[in-house]
Ligand binder design. Sequence first.
Ligand code: G
Ligand code: G
Ligand code: NA
Ligand code: MN
Length: 253
Amino acid sequence: LTLKNNLHRAVDANAFDAWYQPIIDIRTGKVVYVEALMRLIHPDGTVTTPGHFLQTLEETGLISRSGQMMLEQACSTLASWRTLFPELRLSLNLSVNQLWQADLIDQLEQMLAQHHLPASALMLEVTEGSMMTDIVKTEQFLEALHGRGFEIAIDDFGTGYSSLSRLRSLPVNKLKVDKSFMDGIPRDRKSMEMVRAILQMATSLDLEVVAEGIETEDQLQVLAEADCHFGQGFLFARPMSSEDLLTYLSLPG
Ligand code: G
Ligand code: G
Ligand code: NA
Ligand code: MN
């Protein structure tokens, strides 16, 4: 079976699963967001990550239906978690093909209404690289979403060659600093300076920063000292199923 056939089957069988990874407020240590991450569940129970199939979902146009499935699953799960953790928010990845869908806002608002969620419970992540595909178009769609109260995050920030002036014109709330910057912390002086510079720039533009890919206590300490707002990475938790995430949230401390 080719990957393409496999993905068609998966869409028909609703075989996509949302896994979740916590995003932590570095000052308080509390989970503020969970990022939904798409997983493909095979008939034999094995699980595949998006690196293996996201590009094919895009090329086949299947990203639209699989994205809708992720949205439904993640909103329904978030609503159930919020009965116990009312402040918890969801961060959802969108490809530009989803962002540019004329009915995206309607889909999002229908989900909010169905699950009695405010728009502020949802953060939408779009990668820096994909935003630049058509910056004017991207800006229009982001303006509309931002105007409806959704938070906007630039994902994989620092890898997409966006200029500061372009960034300043976009309605964005958060920068997710790509995990490639974490790899050099604390040993590599250039990586350290880059992360500090991004934090300074973000602060002056009223943006909050999420540091991705935190794996060590040393990295966390550097980020805390630089007043980084949020952190995400294996040091806190790996992506996990909704059941495991509920257990994680329920742990004391
Ligand atoms: O799950 P993993 O940690 O391997 O994710 C790899 C990348 O796949 C993420 O950085 C994210 O950008 C992308 N991704 C994960 N889930 C989704 C999704 O539901 N929709 C889109 N468009 N991209 C996703
Ligand atoms: O930015 P993006 O949405 O691609 O980020 C999510 C991806 O990063 C997922 O594939 C997730 O498994 C991975 N990831 C999250 N935290 C860490 C980490 O601390 N180390 C590594 N190596 N990967 C991570
Ligand atoms: Na992401
Ligand atoms: Mn990222």
